[in-house]
Ligand binder design. Structure first.
Ligand code: F6P
Length: 358
């Protein structure tokens, strides 16, 4: 027997391929349980304004292959204020929204946990191309964005080979180098630069010179957007300039930027989105909330949002005083294990990229 009359759903932060699959899966699963679903238009800003649309299996019939988000998205600082939150809660109360499913990254989860504590049970789904949420091995959108990036690099490789050029490709991933690492491995880049691993620029420059001397014509270097010069400017552009000056190799710069946030979602993104979304509805019906869906060691599981957010801060070395106070020693050990796992994964990817990149 369904506990809720109506579930609200929103997408927030940067859009990601597969968000629409989440929306469709929540709608279809809820409908099968006799629960209505209402879409919030434009993320948390839409919840504050009361911008809502009814959703049925008909309204989501054809969204499974479309990227972007049919509910639109925004980044909404007002939601972090008490006044914004009160208005959002009023929207839920006025429209009989008993629970929310919120799809996005860490900012979205903070919103979901705040909503829960203001009386609206909420569940978070990880939707961001960056894969930068420590608690989950995978975030919806990563696979599509990497595949798009690799296709673009393949095209660049063709023309680089013809013209004996090198291209530095700057890829998205604000705090996390995974898009860069996977793209570099999959495209045989001669060097990769990510925020998590120190980069030996002199060695990379020497490698490029040696490869050219050995007859390599086309070359690719992948740099994560999260790597900056000391003055805050993008390192990717500086590195391009230095390669030109110090190797004599003709170097071009390319930034696909938001292009890789669009595109038809891959099978992987569709299936994981569908599984996480249907399980989110199950959780709400079971009376659970303040949970985030994660994929750990190949399995979809749910985790306390506060735990996930603090584990994330621990990994990113952004813990604030008192952050760990409400967690047991066992939970803190679990967080440390998640951090260690993520660090090992990044180092392993970096090693593979370095070993095959020539
Ligand atoms: O959603 C993640 C992300 O794509 C990052 O990789 C990037 O830094 C950021 O969003 C860009 O944000 P916006 O779309 O607001 O420019």
């Amino acid at each position: 027997m369904a506990k809720f009359r109506k579930i609200g759903i929103l997408t927030s932060g940067g859009d990601a391929p597969g968000m629409n699959v989440c929306v469709k899966a929540v709608v279809n699963k809820a409908e099968s349980l006799g629960i209505d679903v209402i879409g919030v238009v434009g993320g948390y800003a839409g919840l504050i304004k009361g911008d809502l649309i009814d959703l049925t299996h008909k309204s989501v019939a054809n969204v499974i292959s479309q990227s972007g988000t049919m509910l639109y998205s925004s980044r909404c600082p007002e939601f972090a204020t008490e006044e914004g939150m009160q208005r959002a809660v009023e929207t839920c109360q006025k429209n009989n929204i008993d629970a929310m499913v919120c799809i996005g990254g860490d900012g979205t989860f903070r919103g979901a946990t705040d909503l829960t504590f203001h009386g609206i049970p909420s569940i978070g789904l990880p939707g961001t191309i960056d894969n930068d949420i420590t608690a989950t091995d995978y975030t919806i959108g990563l696979d599509t964005s990497i595949n798009t990036t690799v296709r673009m690099i393949d095209n660049l490789r063709d023309t680089c080979e013809s013209h004996e050029r090198l291209v530095v490709v700057e890829v998205m991933g604000r705090d996390c180098g995974q898009i860069a690492l996977y793209s570099a491995i999959a495209s045989g880049a001669v060097a990769v630069v990510v925020p998590e691993v120190p980069f030996d620029e002199a060695a990379a420059i020497q490698k490029i010179k040696d490869l050219r001397e050995a007859g390599k014509r086309g070359m690719i270097v992948v740099v994560s957007e999260g790597v900056f010069n000391p003055d805050g400017t993008p390192y990717s552009e500086t590195l391009t300039q230095r390669i030109k000056e110090q190797t004599g190799v003709e170097a071009k710069f390319y930034r696909p930027a938001h292009t890789v946030r669009g595109g038809v979602p891959t099978m992987k993104d569709r299936t994981i989105a569908a599984e996480m979304a249907t399980k989110a509805v199950d959780l709400l019906v079971e009376g659970k909330s303040n949970r985030v869906m994660c994929q750990i060691d190949g399995k979809v599981v749910d985790m306390d949002i506060a735990f996930a957010l603090i584990a994330d801060r621990m990994y990113k070395n952004k813990l604030k005083d008192g952050d760990l106070d409400k967690f047991t020693p066992e939970q803190i050990e679990e967080m440390k294990a998640l951090k260690a796992k993520r660090e090992e994964e990044i180092l392993n990817l970096y090693k593979v990229a370095s070993e095959i990149g020539f």
